[in-house]
Design a protein around this ligand. Structure first.
Ligand code: AMP
Length: 177
C-alpha cells in the first residue's frame, strides 16, 4: 500500500536550490486513486477523535486540508506565511538551517478547547509543524494529531521536535546525507 503511494511522488533534484531533493506531491494529487487513498487513510485515523478544526499549512497543505475538514465534520483553519492574512494575527517564529521563518494564523481562528488536527504535505526538520502546534496552543486549542503525506526520515529527526504529539505519515522516505 505504502509503496503504491510512493510511486506517485516525483523527486526533483536541486530544486529550489542545489542539494535539495524536492518531493513533488502534485504527481500524487493529480490522480484520483492515490489522492483519495491518502485522504481516506488520514480521515480513518482521526474519525473518532472528535476533531473540531483542521489547521493546514500553506500552500500544499490546503490541497488535503479542506478534504480532511469536510470529511471529519470539522472547520478549516489557514496557517499562512507572514503578511498574507487580512485580519489580526498570531505569529510564531522558528529556526531554519540559516536564519528564521514565521507562520501566522488569524487570532480568532481557534476557539478555546478546539480539538485540532494539523496537516502539512511533508515533515522534514519538524520546525514548521512545531511552530504550528505553538500557534494552536497559544490560541487555546488542543493538538490532537499532526498528519503528513511524506516523512523524510534519517538525519533530519523531524519527529524529535514533535515528541509527545500523535504524529502520522503515509510515506517514509529516507534522506541520504
Ligand atoms: P520542516 O519545517 O523542515 O519540517 O519543513 C517542512 C515544510 O517545508 C513543508 O511545508 C514542506 O512542504 C517543505 N519542505 C521541506 N523539505 C522539502 C522537500 N525536500 N521536498 C518538498 N517539500 C519540502
Amino acid at each position: 500500500m505504502e509503496e503504491k503511494l510512493l510511486n506517485y511522488i516525483r523527486n526533483v533534484p536541486d530544486w529550489p536550490k542545489p542539494g535539495i531533493q524536492f518531493k513533488d506531491i502534485t504527481t500524487l494529487c493529480k490522480v484520483h486513486t492515490p489522492f483519495k487513498e491518502s485522504c481516506d487513510r488520514i480521515i480513518n485515523n482521526y474519525r473518532d477523535k472528535g476533531i473540531t478544526k483542521v489547521a493546514a499549512i500553506e500552500a500544499r497543505g490546503y490541497v488535503w486540508g479542506g478534504v480532511l475538514a469536510y470529511q471529519l465534520s470539522a472547520g478549516f483553519v489557514l496557517i499562512r506565511k507572514p503578511g498574507k492574512l487580512p485580519y489580526k494575527v498570531l505569529s510564531e517564529t522558528y529556526e531554519l538551517e540559516y536564519g528564521t521563518d514565521s507562520i501566522e494564523m488569524h487570532i480568532d481562528a481557534i476557539e478555546k478547547g478546539d480539538k485540532v488536527l494539523i496537516f502539512d504535505d511533508l515533515l522534514a526538520t519538524g520546525g514548521t509543524a512545531r511552530a504550528a502546534c505553538n500557534l494552536i496552543e497559544n490560541a487555546g486549542g488542543v493538538v490532537i494529531g499532526i498528519a503528513f503525506v511524506i516523512e523524510l526520515t534519517g538525519s533530519l529527526r523531524g519527529r524529535d521536535k514533535l515528541e509527545g504529539y500523535d504524529v502520522i505519515s503515509l510515506i517514509e522516505i529516507p534522506v541520504e546525507e
